[in-house]
Design a protein around this ligand. Structure first.
Ligand SMILES: Cc1ncc(COP(=O)(O)O)c(C=O)c1O
Length: 439
């Protein structure tokens, strides 16, 4: 068998060859990785960024493009897992950060911008009457959960299999030993009847139900409106706080997925792009819960955080939300994402390949799966070697996508980049069709 047909006969052989090619093309990244391994476990300080044989070391970003240390240029379809909505160098964001720097860093008092960003958030997401800032999506969720526990006087937390709410709130296949030690009830995402039953059974002990209105990292699997409505109904009946984790999904319409489906949670957590690309988190919602954090109350719930309203994030975030990602822009941008996802699906369907695109608007995931992917359990059946091969093949074609098959659009992208992605995807399908047909 010649090398070409061997490569397309056996997924494992094809992947080995792709890794070898990656290694040959990226010697400086390899060196950087080896140096990092001397001082960080596995050369890494953010698990999701690792992939074998070693990750690219990125040197520079501009617009929606990235350059690695070996000098390759990539169209950036990772989009910093949705935090990179504005791209890497929007002059308005950079101008806002520079202007803030000119007035001094870490002022150690309330500043002139935080309440303006808070007003922009409250004005935008329909269920949010009050908001407080923090530094990450993980922190947003921890604060929302703890607020719910304090408000209800109950202890238990319900989340859904496969969901991710931060580094210490990971609910895939039994969770993680580093999870925060909550007393958990785990439901099935998109199982409306099952969730309603669990909420009713646990009602008197349950403080909160937390849900991703579209499971993001685990495969861009939208919650059905019926599922979200069932959660709303059952939590309201039991006095349980419903938390929507819109850390990723808040960008999917002017007012997030809660606005798309018209289901309003009690609390919402935010993160990612809302800080303009700088470190950010926020949690907000009903005044009756959020006002427990009012420091004028004798029984105030404390909420600390040295950098909660740092001027750099507040300034970049305010400019982004009010001048760049306006409601009109959010609608058009996500409509373009829907078209692109459908187009990629057509390219796979045309060839009769078991490739499925899921997602909403500007976020999507490529699944290699014979069955429809409508739940997290369906996504567990994805063919992992095909996904790994897709990742390295797209990198070889100058398109940076997430190892897990996730693709996130950013605002600097134009028709040129969308056409480039389609062409790279089509070339991948053409080359690998004999392998993909066998999964
Ligand atoms: C849905 C969701 N919630 C929470 C988080 C945690 O955010 P952070 O990484 O800022 O802590 C993430 C991060 O990917 C996320 O996707």
């Amino acid at each position: 068998m010649n090398v070409e047909s061997q490569r397309n006969y056996d997924l494992e052989a094809a992947y080995q060859e792709a890794e070898q090619r990656f290694t040959e093309a990226n010697p400086k990244s390899q060196k950087a990785y080896e140096a990092a391994c001397e001082v960080m476990p596995g050369g890494n300080t953010r698990t999701v960024l690792f992939y074998p044989p070693y990750p690219l070391t990125l040197a520079k970003g501009e617009g929606c493009y990235l350059w690695d240390v070996d000098g390759h240029k990539y169209a950036d379809f990772v989009g910093e897992m949705t935090a990179g909505l504005y791209g890497h160098s929007d002059p308005r964001i950079i101008g806002a950060v520079k202007a803030a720097l000119d007035d001094g860093i870490t002022l150690g008092g309330q500043n002139t911008i935080e309440a303006k960003l808070a007003a922009a958030v409250v004005g935008r997401w329909p269920s949010v009457e009050r908001v407080r800032f923090c530094n990450s999506g993980t922190e947003s969720n921890l604060m929302a959960i703890n607020a719910a526990r304090a408000a209800t006087g109950r202890k238990k937390l319900m989340a859904f299999e496969g969901s991710y709410h931060g580094g210490v709130l990971y609910f895939r296949k039994g969770g993680s030993p580093t999870n925060a030690p909550y007393d958990m009830v785990i439901g099935k995402h998109n199982d409306a009847a099952g969730a309603e039953k669990l909420i009713t059974e646990n009602g008197p002990e349950l403080a909160a139900v937390i849900v991703e209105p579209m499971v993001g990292g685990a495969g861009c699997i939208p919650a059905t409106p019926e599922f979200l409505q069932a959660l709303r109904r059952a939590t309201a009946a039991q006095g349980v706080v419903l938390i929507f984790d819109e850390v990723m999904t808040s960008r999917l319409s002017p007012g997030g997925v809660q606005q798309i489906h018209g289901v309003l949670p009690d609390l919402t957590s935010f993160g990612k792009y809302i800080g303009g690309g700088l470190t950010f988190g926020a949690f907000g919602g009903k005044a009756e819960i959020m006002d427990l954090f009012d420091p004028r109350r004798p029984d105030v719930l404390p909420h600390a955080g040295t950098f909660n309203q740092n001027v750099l994030t507040m300034s970049a975030g305010l400019t982004g939300l009010t001048e760049i990602y306006t409601p009109e822009r959010a609608v058009a941008f996500n409509a373009r994402g829907d078209q692109l996802r459908n187009r990629l699906q057509e390219l796979a369907d045309k060839r009769g390949l078991p490739v499925r695109l899921t997602g909403m608007g500007s976020m999507m995931t490529v699944h290699f799966n014979r069955n429809p992917v409508e739940t997290i359990y369906d996504a567990y059946g994805d063919n992992a070697p095909a996904k790994d091969l897709f990742h390295l093949d797209m990198i070889r074609r100058d398109h940076y996508v997430a190892r897990r098959g996730m693709i996130n659009l950013s605002l600097p992208m134009t028709e040129k980049e969308f056409a480039g992605l389609e062409a790279a995807f089509d070339a991948f399908l053409e080359e690998r069709a004999p392998l993909l047909e066998q999964i």
